[in-house]
Design a protein around this ligand. Structure first.
Ligand code: SAM
Ligand code: SF4
Length: 383
């Protein structure tokens, strides 16, 4: 059984010509490119376009770089999607403000703290509190209070990541002081023109505002995580290479990126006929993870839940070839169906206990070890 998720399982055969002959534009063979430690935009594009033997080489090299740099430990971040109330209208997201079909919820303090207590008692090491984006004083104060209570209930042992969207520097500072030390805010796309196609055209949804928020997070002292969706309408391979260069340029500590999955009740669904197949988006997402591991060997990379929406073993495949973080869902089961960012979101009816047991087995199959009770901060940040 242990062999199930080993590398050959996710590779396909065939012979890539670039392995044997230099790739004319760069005059380097694929084999030479994959073994580099510095990568040009052209190199990254070559890696993202790899098929068959070359793809196999990329995934193998990423696996080996990961093992040499950060080892085979996987760290848990218990995910609590505590509210789907959002002031924003991102064109791709199922819980966007204008989707009237969504039943809105806000988990109670007690429900959130129970989920965090479960994480602590099961030695998860860290939790992620995620929600729609709100910035009212009531919301900001509530998060601060919750952060302090999570620290209290776990004797300061649980690491806390927040993923509550764009806020001002003062709010980021307040939450940091209350106990959060990591923050996830995806850039979604580093290309401002593509970003504009994915969001309403106004200052509230601007690319500039998102960039400023990422800077403010750094100023406030967080370990900063960002990421993108892969396989979006209008997105090119060059855009994805730019995304990878963007992660490097802003020196991120962690990245969470996964396939874009359409949602019928969103405006972006209009373009669904132009999308790559789900399998192609999945394959591209795996190549993004592998290429990023080569580009930034010591950062944390999450195996995104969206991978599992396409392939039941999707997250484990990402762990095998470069990712080292997984986010078991601890959202109270009764709310999960109302936090559907995209179609076919997995684990809608599993409770936290089931989810943990299932993951343990899967991670074992991926040949990785779980870093129980550890924060699992990125080696990059510690440096
Ligand atoms: N509201 C916060 C924010 O936007 O940063 C946190 C929650 S938001 C739902 C988390 C992430 O979900 C977004 O950054 C986005 O990349 C992802 N997401 C939303 N809709 C998606 C879709 N249709 N397919 C894949 N990922 C999606
Ligand atoms: Fe709201 Fe985040 Fe969804 Fe945008 S991606 S609509 S901010 S929950």
């Amino acid at each position: 059984m242990t062999e199930v998720f080993k590398l050959p399982f996710i590779l396909s055969g065939g012979l890539g010509m670039g392995l044997l002959f230099p790739i004319f534009a760069s005059m380097k063979t694929f084999q030479e490119i994959v073994q580099q430690t510095e990568f040009s935009r052209e190199d990254l594009t070559t890696l993202l376009l790899a098929e068959r033997e070359e793809r196999q080489l990329l995934l193998q090299q990423a696996q080996s770089v990961k093992l040499q740099t950060i080892g085979n430990k996987v760290f848990f971040r218990g995910l609590v999607e505590f509210s789907n109330i959002c002031a924003k209208d991102c064109l791709y997201c199922g819980i966007r403000k204008s989707n009237d079909h969504v039943v809105r919820y806000e988990a109670s303090d007690e429900e959130i703290l129970d989920a965090c207590r479960f994480a602590w008692e099961n030695r998860f090491g860290s939790v992620v509190l995620q929600s729609g984006e709100l910035s009212s004083p009531v919301f900001v104060e509530r998060i601060s209070r919750l952060l302090q209570k999570i620290k209290e209930l776990s004797n300061g042992e649980l690491g806390i990541t927040l993923s509550c969207g764009e806020q001002n520097l003062e709010t980021y500072r307040q939450w940091f002081a209350s106990g959060a030390h990591r923050y996830l805010l995806r850039i979604e796309s580093s290309n401002p023109d593509l970003y504009l196609k994915l969001h309403p055209e106004n200052d509230f949804h601007s690319h500039q505002r998102r960039l400023q928020a990422l800077k403010d997070l750094r100023t406030a002292g967080y370990q900063v995580g960002t990421g993108v969706m892969i396989g979006l309408p209008f997105q090119t391979i060059d855009d994805l290479a730019s995304d990878l260069l963007f992660f490097k340029a802003i020196d991120v500590d962690m990245v969470g990126m996964g396939p874009y999955i359409e949602h019928e009740e969103t405006p972006l669904y209009e373009f669904h006929s132009q999308l790559k197949t789900r399998q192609q988006r999945f394959d591209l997402a795996l190549k993004m993870v592998a290429t990023l591991r080569l580009l930034m060997p010591d950062i944390n990379i999450a195996a995104a839940t969206a991978l599992q929406a396409i392939d039941p073993a999707g997250r484990e495949k990402a762990l095998t070839i470069g990712a080292n973080i997984i986010m078991p869902n601890l959202t109270p089961t009764k709310y999960r169906k109302d936090y559907q960012l995209y179609e076919d979101k997995p684990c809608l009816d599993e409770d936290a206990e089931l989810c943990r047991n299932c993951l343990e087995a899967r991670i074992d199959l991926a040949g990785c070890e779980i870093g129980y009770g550890e924060w699992g901060d990125s080696k990059h940040f510690r440096k």
